[in-house]
Every structure is written in C-alpha cells, then in structure tokens.
Ligand binder design. Structure first.
Ligand code: ATP
Ligand code: MG
Length: 752
C-alpha cells in the first residue's frame, strides 16, 4: 500500500485522495484532522505533478508547523519537506514581503514591531499630541480594526458623521501610529498579513507558483487571513482546510468562526467532509468532554466516538488551597510515573492553565520535588522582570553586601543613577575593597573620598535607596513587631510605588505583571514569623524577663523566615536551571506547563487542568462565556489516558472560590470522580493500549515503585486513595529535605 495512506481510516483516506478542488474537513478533536492534512500534502506531492514550491501549508503555531514538517519527513523521506512553503501565516507572509515587498513600496530590511514596540510608539504619540485616550485600549483597538482590514481613513469617514470626541482621538492616534511605523520602516504583526494582502492584490503573479493551499485550525482564522487564503489560491482555486467550530478560542483576537460558512459560500463546489472517530483519548475522557461542550445549547448536536477503551474516569478534586493543589499535582506525577514503570516519563505530562500567572504555585512545587519542566506560552515565574526586581530588593535587605542584586536595583525605579555612574561606583568599591553597599553609604555620609562624579539627583536617589533598605532591615530586626517576609514585601511595594512603576513602564501588560506581584506576596505569606501573634502586648510587666527572651527569639525568627523564603526561591530556580542542562546526547524529559491557548492541536498522555474556579474559567474579564467553555473543552481533549481537573477552595490570594459552573454537578455529574485513580495492572494495560506503547515489564514497575517509596518517606499511598493529610505530611518532609539539600549545596559551592 502507498506509504502516505497507511494508518488512515476510510473517511480520512477518502479525504486525503479526494479529487475535490475545495475541501473543508470539519471534525472534533483528536479525529485526525491534522494527520489528514499532513497526509494530503504528502499524497499530492507523490501522486500529482506538484512540486514542493507549488504547495502552501499554513498552521497556527510554530510548534505545529515543526511537527508537520517532521511527519512529512517521515512520510516522504527525501528532504522535500524543507522546500515546501510551510509555516504560520505570519512567517509565510514575512517571507513574501522580504522577497516582493519593494513592489508595494516596502523598503528592504524592514523591521518587525512586536507588541512592546507598538505600545511605546502609541504612548509617545499620545504624549506628543496631548491626548487622553488609554494607550492599551488604543493598541488593542488598532489591532482589532487592522485584523478586520479596516483602515484609519475608512474609520475616519464613519466617525466624521458621529462626531464623538473619543472616536476622533482614536482615529488621530491610529493615523499617527501608521505614519510612525512607515517612517521607521517597521511592520507590526497585523501589517505582515495586511500588506501581503495588498501585495497579492496588486501583483498576483507573486504567487503564480502556488497551486494548492492547505490550512490547519481554520476555525481560528480572521478576515484578513481569509482574504489571504483567497489570494494565495486565486489562480487554481485548490484549497483544503481543516477545523472544528467547537474549538474556536480566538474570538477575542478577531477570529471569525463564520469563515467556515464564508468559505462554503465563496466556493460553492466546496466538499465538506466529516470525520467522526476519536483516536486520541480514552472513552471516559471523551464522555466528560462531551458533557462540557453540550452545555452550549445553540450548538448542533454531534458526538465524540471513541476508538479506545473507556479507561480511567477523569478526576475532579476540590483541594483546600492553591498550594496544596500544586503539591497534589506533583505528588500525582510522581505516583503515576512510579507505578507505571517506564511506561510514562515526565514529557508525557502537561499542566494546562487558563492564564500564565497561575503557574507560580506549580512551578515552586515542581522545583522542590526536583521535577524538570518547561514553560510554553509564558515565562517562568521567577524569571519575570517584576518578580526579579522585588526578590533583588529582599536579597539586598537580607544581605546588603550582595553587589549583584544591589547594582541591579539601585536605579529601579529610576533614581537618576545612570549606568555610567553605577559602573563607576562599583569600580571604586572594588578599588577600596569594600562592598558596593558600604561604598555608597560612606559616600553619602561624606566618608569614602573616591567618589565618581554624580549629579545631585543621583545623590538624592542613592540616599533614598539606602533609606529604604535600612528601614526595612530595622523592620525585620524589630524585636516587638518583626516584619514577616510578606509584611516586608508589602512595605517595599508601597515605598517604591511599584504598581505605578509597572503601569508606567509596562503599559500593555501591567495588569498581568501586577497579578504576578500579588502571587509573590501570596507566596511570601507562606513564611509567617512564628510567635508574631499579638502575644507580647497581652503580657503584663511581671513577666518582663520572659518577654525579653521571647523578643530576641522573635527577632531571629523573622530573619530566619526571610532567609528561608529566599532560599526556597533560589532552590526552585536553581534546580530548574540544573535540570535544563541535558545529559549528553539525551533530550531532557520535562513536564510541560502551558496556557490552554498555546496547547491547541497538541496532545499528552496525562493532563492536569488546575484552578477550575469561577473567575478563572470562565475568566472574569472574558466577554464570551461560550468561548470560555470551549477553552475548557480544548484543555480536556488534549488528554489521552488520564485527565485531572482541580479547584482549590481558596485561590492563592486566599479568597474563597466557587467551582467553575461548567463543572458543577448539575452540569457534569457522573462522568467525573473525586477519587484519585487506582494505578493497578488494569490501568497500566489501558494506558499502554491507548498510547500504543508496549506494557512495562513487571520488574520495571516493581523497581520504579520501590524507588518511589525510597523518596525520603515510606508513607506513600499506593492504593490511589490520595488523602490530603498524607500529601501534606509527605510534602513537609520533602520541604525539609529540599532545604537541607540547598544548604548542603551552598556549603559545597562555598568550600569550592
Ligand atoms: P485537534 O482538533 O485537537 O487538532 P486533530 O483532529 O487534528 O485534533 P490529530 O492530532 O490529527 O487530530 O490526531 C489525534 C491523534 O490521533 C494523533 O495521535 C494521531 O496520530 C492519531 N490518529 C489519527 N488518525 C488515526 C488513525 N486512523 N489511526 C490511528 N491513530 C490515528
Ligand atoms: Mg489538529
């Protein structure tokens, strides 16, 4: 049999070889849409006269285009895939503009403005013109108009009739923005698409080599992308798209689910093909996912047909806090890998989050347990700028002679200490053989005579910096009311007016950054100062001697709490960095932490969806509840064998939560269980069948579970009846173990 057709079912096979010029595959998750699309590319190349440069294949993410390329390399095996025009819409358009952009007046060597560039341009315009419009709103409106192909001129004409001041201001900003981009020879992301539309309209011959156009995840295309499809296919009108209206999750970025119908209207001979069987997930996972999507009553009824065994019922757990939720996830990852022998490795696990700011708890827990992970669609929590700044402040407070931390934050927020001055100060300190801290203190007090030329403003700035650090130190050393790490963080945040600092410097995403800051404060709150509970005030004079003792102890406890907090943060980040270095020649197996949006089209054997509470999913700022429900559906249908959803009773800000209405018993009853799955031989066999992997040898399972039991404690519940108390007891042992390891490691580093 033809190798490009091996492993396809009848419907997929027919779609792959279909002679139809315009083909639209509409099918649910895991039914093999991407597989069919990829096979069709291979089939067309092998059985038709097409050359690779006659085929344009467009995907939604870089990861899926990479995977498609790998798959084609397997199917075709002659390096031909590298000659295909295959990539995301943006990358393919960029290539066309680099080659032909001069035809429509785009200068050679144009740059691309990302969202942080575009926001600063908008900010400058607003300032220059003295307007009052909110820059972030202006940015998203500009993008929204551009992704519908609306220009400022068209908008201006509409608004001229209405005469609303705000609208007029917006049109002015829009026009100045476009002008500025042109002057700086920059294109923003929307321009890459829009300008390509211009190019192809005016010079259709640029794509005369293109004979076939194929598009994955078609439900999430916007109007400009629809136009591009038409223009790419203008000459031969041969198009294949695959998509699923139930998985449309980019409406907030102007995606048009209507494009599915629009395509059928534009090309009346469109052949619509449905695929039905699901090859990805267990029957039980599909049943639960189906119950979610069916809550949308406006949706035409259709079912997910499993090809796999029912398998394990998905878990929905209520847990006491976000911290325990993260610990539970990590415990479960260890338990499942342990009990399944070599069947599952870390890269088989994914944790899918509604928003990237939820990752902190999970990242910390992973760090402590020494599990390597990678972040997709977001940055690691402790690598985020706003977090690094605050942690550096805490480091300086705890250890003022830390020159690195001090030089990083000396001028944050801006205090007039420029880079040159800071460098000069550090050099002088080195010459004087004192720490930077001592040097700046001496200088302010008029001691150290080697003093770089610094401005009055810088001198004042340094003075206020020293003041903040000294006051903070006094606050933790205060014997009566020592500040806990949480108090201290709150104090610094207030002193630095950090929220305003973020608003001013990160106009487009200051809210997310502020949410991260709140997360950090919540984490610090996990390190209280013992004994700081008002006990001292209640005591009379007669027990003074005892109070003196206690006071001393409490002062030390506060210092201890701060250094423990910082040590654990360092531990979480350090462990991660070490784990990132792969053993020679062996790719690292890492758990994936991703946003749900970035997980589109992908699959993992085991998936966790934490933080399933109202306000998070559906998100409190989301306008379209149906889209939020589809998002949960997308998350659940990424899972192949095991699916865990959870909801902390309190979120990380310690506010009470309500379970996501999508998951309430009224809506989804019997298809979920609150018991952790028993991982016995039946489960192991089911998992290996679903994943089409050989069952592990019994000896492997025994060995793996033994090493699991050797992990610092032997209270591991092996029957799957996870009990929160056991998780916590085990966790506190790990915690202690992890800090001891950290101390020992520091010592080793110190001793060289
Ligand atoms: P999504 O909507 O999530 O993007 P999809 O419809 O694109 O899903 P694929 O990713 O193509 O689905 O396929 C899902 C999984 O099922 C993949 O692991 C794929 O290899 C497998 N699969 C698809 N078709 C078959 C088949 N006929 N036989 C065996 N496995 C299949
Ligand atoms: Mg797909």
């Amino acid at each position: 049999m033809d190798s490009t057709l091996v492993g396809l079912n009848a419907a997929q096979h027919n779609a792959v070889i279909s002679p139809a010029n315009v083909l639209q595959v509409l099918a649910p998750p895991g039914s093999g849409k991407t597989k069919t699309l990829t096979s069709r590319v291979a089939y067309l190349l092998q059985h038709h006269h097409y050359k690779p440069w006659n085929v344009i294949c467009l995907t939604f993410t870089i990861k899926s285009s990479r995977e498609m390329k790998e798959r084609l390399a397997e199917l075709l095996g002659n390096g031909i895939e590298s000659k295909l025009i295959l990539g995301t819409f943006h990358s393919v358009c960029r290539r066309y503009l680099v080659t032909y952009g001069h035809l429509i007046g785009i200068c050679k060597g144009f740059g691309i403005a990302d969202s942080s560039d575009t926001i600063s341009i908008i900010k400058r315009i607003i300032r220059r013109l003295g307007l009052t419009i909110d820059p972030r709103k202006a940015q998203s409106r500009i993008s929204s108009f551009k992704s519908r192909g609306v220009t400022y001129a068209e908008l201006g004409q509409q608004h001229a009739k209405k005469k609303a001041v705000e609208q007029e201001e917006f049109v002015t900003v829009f026009e100045a923005y476009e002008d500025q981009l042109a002057k700086s020879n920059l294109l923003d992301y929307d321009d890459l698409l829009l300008r390509s539309v211009d190019l192809l309209r005016q010079h259709p011959t640029c794509v005369s080599n293109v004979e076939v156009v194929l598009i994955d995840e078609f439900q999430d295309t916007n109007l400009v992308q629809f136009d591009l499809m038409r223009l790419f296919a203008a000459k031969h009108k041969r198009i294949t798209t695959v998509g699923d209206p139930d998985q449309s999750i980019y409406g907030w970025r102007s995606a048009e689910i209507k494009n599915l119908k629009r395509m059928q209207k534009q090309y009346p001979d469109t052949l619509v093909v449905h695929l039905e069987e699901n090859y990805r997930s267990s029957g039980a996972i599909l049943l639960a996912a189906q119950e979610i999507i069916e809550q949308d009553e406006s949706r035409p009824s259709k079912s997910l047909l499993p090809t796999h065994c029912p398998g394990t019922v998905p878990v929905l757990r209520r847990l006491p806090s976000a911290e325990i939720e993260a610990q539970w996830i990590v415990s479960e990852i260890l338990r499942v890998t342990g009990l399944t022998g070599k069947l599952l490795i870390y890269s088989d696990f994914a944790i899918l989050l509604r928003s990237a700011s939820l990752s902190r708890q999970v990242e910390s827990a992973m760090g402590k347990a020494g599990i390597p992970y990678r972040m997709v669609g977001g940055q690691r929590f402790f690598d985020r700028v706003e977090i690094k700044i605050l942690l550096d402040y805490l480091r300086v407070i705890s250890q003022p002679h830390n020159n690195d931390a001090l030089s990083r934050v000396l001028n944050i927020p801006g205090r007039g200490v420029g880079a040159k001055t800071a460098k000069g100060l550090l050099e002088e300190a080195e010459v004087r053989r004192v720490s930077l801290w001592n040097h700046i203190r001496d200088a302010i007090q008029g001691h150290g005579n080697a003093w770089t030329k610094i401005s009055k403003a810088a001198e004042q700035g340094i003075g206020s910096f020293i003041n903040i650090i000294l006051t903070s130190r006094n606050k933790i050393l205060d014997v009566v009311h020592p500040d806990s790490p949480e108090d201290l963080l709150r104090y610094i945040i207030k002193k630095l007016d950090f929220q305003t600092y973020l608003e001013k410097n990160y106009l487009n995403d200051h809210e997310t950054r502020w949410a991260n800051v709140e997360e950090l404060v919540a984490q610090a709150a996990e390190y209280p100062v013992p004994g700081n509970d008002g006990f001292l005030e209640e005591q009379g004079d007669d027990c003074l001697p005892i109070i003196e003792d206690l006071k001393q102890e409490i002062g030390n406890a506060a210092v201890e709490a701060l250094s423990k907090f910082l040590a654990n943060v360092a531990l979480a980040t350090e462990l991660q960095r070490e784990d990132e270095v792969p053993e020679e020649g062996k790719p690292q197996s890492q758990v994936t932490i991703s946003t749900i949006h970035a997980a589109k089209g992908l699959e993992w054997p085991v998936v966790f969806v934490p933080a399933a509470y109202e306000g998070c999913i559906p998100h409190s700022r989301a306008e379209d509840t149906d889209e939020e429900r589809r998002l949960l559906y997308v998350a659940m249908t990424r899972a192949q064998a095991l699916l865990y959803m959870s909801c902390p009773t309190k979120n990380s800000q310690r506010e009470g939560t309500t379970l996501s209405p999508f998951l309430s018993t009224k809506n989804i009853g019997k298809s979920l269980t609150n018991k952790g799955p028993t991982i016995g031989s039946n489960t192991v066999n089911d998992i290996s069948r679903i994943l089409r992997r050989g069952s592990p040898l019994e000896a492997e399972v025994v060995e793996a579970s033994k090493s699991l039991q050797n992990r610092e404690d032997n209270t591991w519940p092996l029957n799957g009846e996870e009990d929160i108390k056991t998780v916590q007891a085990r966790w506190s042992k790990w915690d202690a173990h992890a800090s001891n390891e950290h101390v020992a490691k520091r010592r080793r580093i110190k001793d060289g």
